[in-house]
Design a protein around this ligand. Sequence first.
Ligand SMILES: [Zn+2]
Length: 295
Amino acid sequence: MSQAGTSLPGLLFLTPTKINPATRERWGTLVHLLGRACGKSPDIVKFNHFEKLKFTMTTKKATAIFPKKDASAKRAVSERVRARLVEAGHRFNANDNIAGFIHPGELDELRAEVEARMQEVLNALVIDTTGDHNTTETARRVAKMYVDEVFRGRYVDAPEVTSFPNVSKLNELMIVGPITVRSACSHHLCPIMGKVWFGVLPNANSDLIGLSKYARLCDWVMSRPQIQEEAVVMLADELERRIHPDGLAIVMEASHFCMHWRGVKDDKSLMTSSVMRGAFLRNPNLRLEFLSLIK
Ligand SMILES: [Zn+2]
């Protein structure tokens, strides 16, 4: 490791050799103090009537006094979070939750970064956000809407879901729904509005969760840019992990605004997808019973 000094700009003095003794003494004191601060005396080169004093500082000392800025602190927050995700090998698709990789306070930074970049989008769309009073605050509003509302399920931890033991050993079909679904498609970020039904067949060892928890978990999974087919599978995984039922069924019916507002501009079409697991997969009668009861 090189102990070579780091030259410090501004610490190069040219002092006249012929100065009065009082001034010379003051210079001497200053030179001594600077030498101490640098960890070594200056290199003195005399020429003509001047002394050239060159102060150098060892790299170690210079780093202590002028700490190098932490390279990661300068990076945009999205880059820092992404680097953590990549390092951990954690997927960060649009419908993945990345709350575990966001440090305290970084959500505020993230919102500010989205706002700045959204402003760039508005600029690129040639919208006069300075003169047009309707769009002055649009970048801020959209950033807040994405981070805190419609895509919130990516950035916050799962809601607390307390489960209870199945004391009464319930083993009959239980249906919850319809629960309103609000999401957005990953392809166009257009709204998806719909309904979802859950069918649960518990066994004696299953855990039970409160009815409102179905809605909270659903909201957490759906408040992300989603693909309906993947959304229902994610929802099934989350519920299965908490309830451990004999069977689990989910049916989601939704209206995709990317089909109404743009593209084919078809107002009426709905998409229905379902997930059947365990007893619902094995037992056609149970499946039929569930499907007939939700309509
Ligand atoms: Zn779409």
